[in-house]
Design a protein around this ligand. Structure first.
Ligand code: C2O
Length: 569
């Protein structure tokens, strides 16, 4: 195995789009940032040099970080941020994972422009499908012209609908859909050769939206997701949720011509019509287009996209994916489940400055938060949670971090209005039973416990679907459904034969999803919604996994250059 080494210089630069020079924070002057390419089993070493005025961490999204929780890069969970004009080196292995992952900043919402792809190739360069001729990263993201620090602040205070990106992007290009004073932005162009197979590695790095992706007159075979193989699935449309990656094969088998590739934001029926449509497009351009092919020299054809508000296409796309059978962890999740966790995802309101009298939404004294089981997550401030755990400074005398258990819930019915009746009446059943509060919640698991989590996003999240992401572990996705989860009947729909393995599951709008994983990686792992405004509003918790009985199952002490929390001002 080799060592893959990079230096990431984080810096503010001006980039010009839509007639504006906008100051953005990026790695090595690039948007999206540089790719990290490795072979299964390699060691990755990244020196992060922070020349920006902001606190930074870099998270390696989907990398399991087995026994290297210190390198996970979750700000205030596994480390204090890298302060301006300081450096930190991340070291970890990419073992037992093949496919597409990505990296992004994990402190505030700087990940809008601080992200890039991670490609992990198989050792023998053998795939369980026909080897593609060409590899193509397709990173879907957004171009922001607003001050991201202000947007971040707005969201931690309940959000503002005017905090929208200026455009959707594919590989950093805004596309000819966007122009300013008649000057069109550039498209991302993929040059293809007839008959060749292209592996498109889709990453949704957007802060806000799930995206639908299509190429006119071309079909895809989905072969991977979140760096796990998927049973080959033929489709002409891909749905990719924030945080998720989808690998597809595309054979260039159409008549040589020019075709659009389109990424369209899937925006569930929204309570606010001010939210604009986000779409970006690139061009698939065949080599050797015949000179008489007139229509190729004019506008390429647009694919027929799903409706912008269509939530069923993503429901069935995700529901139709399965894994390859024979995964070594399958027997564990087919057997006894040690821990059941039912998590209701929703929004509620809390009082500014702790006044007890303003519990109801709509009160100017209250702010809107997002929660898991009525608790909105508060990030530790003095010390990272993992350090507090390591140095015995969690709770008790002289505690640096005070944590509470994530409250348990039995599955239950929620009252929600007809999906067509948007906007929403605030107040699901849970919220009425118990006031929403803010706390740093943790759920502890014994080493090697088999855990089932059911996410229910029915209560007050009328308009949103929730891509739930777990750090440090992949999980099996057993089932999803609309409406209320009912253990009496829904357990029988679980796929425990060939479920897909993921690190991010799209919990359907007004529905639920059930996952299982083996808590085999000691540390403190963030679990949160990957919609940036949901995480900023507190839809998160921490999964703490105990050390195992063997030395090889114990989290080693922190690296000596881990940023010091005392430096935090
Ligand atoms: Cu992609 Cu906690 O992150």
């Amino acid at each position: 195995a080799a060592v893959v080494e990079h230096t990431f210089v984080v810096k503010q630069v001006y980039m010009r789009h839509l007639c504006n020079d906008t100051l953005v924070t990026v790695v090595n002057g690039q948007f999206p940032g540089p790719p990290v390419e490795a072979t299964e089993g390699d060691t990755v070493v990244v020196h992060v040099v922070n020349e920006s005025p902001f606190e930074i961490t870099i998270h390696w999204h989907g990398v399991k970080q087995r026994l290297t929780c210190w390198a996970d890069g979750a700000g205030m969970i596994t480390q204090c941020p890298i302060q301006p004009n300081t450096t930190f080196t991340y070291r970890f292995n990419v073992d037992g994972q093949v496919g597409t992952l990505w990296w992004h900043a994990h402190v505030s919402i700087l990940r809008a422009t601080l992200h890039g792809i991670i490609v992990i190739r198989p050792k023998s360069s053998s795939y369980p499908f026909q080897k593609p001729h060409v590899d193509v990263p397709i990173i879907i993201a957004e171009w922001w012209q607003r001050d991201l620090m202000k947007v971040d602040k707005n969201f931690s205070m309940g959000g503002s609908f005017s905090d929208n990106p200026a455009a959707a992007t594919i590989n950093g290009k805004l596309s000819d859909l966007y122009n300013c004073s008649g000057v069109r932005e550039d498209n991302f162009v993929l040059n293809v050769e007839h008959g060749k197979t292209y592996m498109l590695r889709l990453v949704n790095a957007a802060l806000f939206s799930e995206y639908y992706f299509k190429v006119t007159d071309h079909k895809f075979t989905v072969v991977g997701s979140d760096a796990n193989y998927v049973r080959p699935y033929a489709t002409d449309v891909v749905a990719v949720a924030p945080g998720e990656t989808i690998d597809v094969l595309m054979v260039a088998d159409a008549p040589p011509c020019r075709y659009y590739m389109v990424a369209l934001a899937n925006q569930p029926p929204a309570p606010d019509p001010q939210i604009p449509v986000f779409m970006s497009r690139g061009i698939v351009q065949y080599r050797g287009i015949p000179l008489d092919a007139d229509k190729c020299r004019n506008e390429p054809l647009m694919p027929e996209m799903p409706d912008q508000h269509d939530t069923l296409t993503t429901f069935y796309f995700h529901g139709n994916l399965s894994g390859l059978p024979g995964h070594p962890l399958l027997p564990k999740i087919q057997g006894r489940v040690d821990e059941h966790l039912f998590i209701s995802l929703g929004k509620g309101s809390i009082c500014k400055g702790n006044k007890p009298s303003c519990r109801r939404g709509g009160n100017p004294e209250s702010i809107e938060v997002a929660y898991m089981n009525n608790v909105s997550f508060r990030l530790p401030e003095k010390m990272s949670l993992l350090e507090a755990r390591h140095y015995g400074k969690m709770n008790g005398a002289g505690a640096a971090v005070v944590v509470q258990d994530l409250p348990s819930r039995p599955p239950r019915a929620f009252n929600y209005t007809d999906p067509a009746l948007i906007p929403v009446v605030p107040g699901g059943e849970l919220e009425r039973l118990e006031a929403t509060r803010k706390a740093t919640t943790v759920r502890r698991f014994a080493h090697n416990a088999t855990v089932e989590v059911v996410f229910q996003s029915t209560s007050t999240m009328q308009s949103d679907s929730n891509p739930m992401h777990l750090h440090g572990h992949d999980f099996f996705v057993l089932a999803q459904g609309h409406g209320n989860y009912d253990p009496a009947k829904d357990v029988s729909s679980y796929n425990v034969v060939d479920p897909q393995m993921k690190n991010t599951v799209q919990v359907p709008r007004l529905g639920w999803a059930a996952i299982r994983f083996v808590a085999d990686n000691p540390g403190a792992w963030f679990m949160h919604c990957h919609f940036e405004f949901h995480i900023a509003m507190g839809m998160a918790t921490v999964i703490e996994v105990a050390n195992g009985p063997m030395l090889g199952d114990t989290l080693p002490p922190p690296p000596s250059d881990l940023p010091k929390c005392e430096n935090k001002n």
